[in-house]
Design a protein around this ligand. Structure first.
Ligand SMILES: C[S@@+](CC[C@H](N)C(=O)[O-])C[C@H]1O[C@@H](n2cnc3c(N)ncnc32)[C@H](O)[C@@H]1O
Length: 210
């Protein structure tokens, strides 16, 4: 279902996401990328995060974008080739089986609710992160129950961009089991969360509540 959703949506995607660019900027700032680092862009879509990530890791750093939709990945590939970026690798595969050929310093999950609800996909990503690697997730979240206006907007956006409403109360809950120092970052938009944390040592999982 997600593949069909993004097959239809790919052409319009960048325009539709324009309103959330401040969230993207804040999420990527929270990754605190440093020159020469490697960062995973999990569910990278059309590659809208590549430019701000490149500003962090520099030309000698490395960005790995993982994207299952061929249509979205093709737009990401075109973006990379138009900018002549030699340090961006695209993996066109579902996250759970993606061939990730490195251990990374950081990972971004930006508006990737479906991925965040897949425990196996998250485990696979975490296996390719160094202990202590910084992780940021951002996306839609239910607001307080009385905030019916925001929740109506979240519902509409989620029905358009995710395959399930499951987990919208705390979308990062599975991811948080692999992280320590999990903290919320203000997104400045009701119904949109940003959280950041650091990967635990290999194999350990803990329960967190933010
Ligand atoms: C809302 S878009 C976000 C794209 C990008 N992160 C951004 O912020 O612009 C969600 C993306 O996740 C991708 N996706 C969904 N499930 C996936 C999976 N299991 N493996 C890889 N990509 C997936 C979709 O194809 C889509 O491109």
């Amino acid at each position: 279902m997600a593949l069909a959703q993004y097959r239809l949506r790919a052409r319009f995607y960048d325009t539709q996401l324009a309103a959330f660019e401040p969230v993207r900027r804040r999420a990527i700032d929270s990754l605190q990328l440093k020159r020469g680092e490697t960062v995973l862009d999990v569910g990278c879509g059309t590659g809208l995060s590549f430019e701000p990530m490149r500003q962090g890791v520099g030309p000698r750093g490395h960005i790995v974008g993982i994207e299952q939709s061929p249509e979205m990945a093709e737009l990401a590939r075109r973006r990379v080739s138009q900018h002549n970026w030699h340090n961006v690798t695209l993996v066109n595969a579902p996250v759970a089986t993606a061939d990730i050929a490195c251990q990374s310093d950081a990972a971004l999950f930006h508006f990737t609710h479906d991925i965040l609800r897949q425990r196996d996909g998250i485990r696979h990503v975490v296996r390719h992160l160094k202990p202590g690697a910084r992780v940021v997730a951002a996306g839609l979240q239910w607001s307080a129950p009385w905030d019916w206006l925001t929740n109506g907007l979240v519902l509409m956006a989620a029905m358009y961009s995710t395959t399930s409403l499951e987990g919208l109360a705390q979308p990062w809950s599975h991811l948080a089991q692999h992280l320590q120092e999990v903290q919320p970052v203000s997104s400045s938009i009701n119904g949109v969360y940003i959280i950041c944390g650091k990967v635990l040592s290999k194999g350990s999982e803990v329960a967190h509540h933010v």
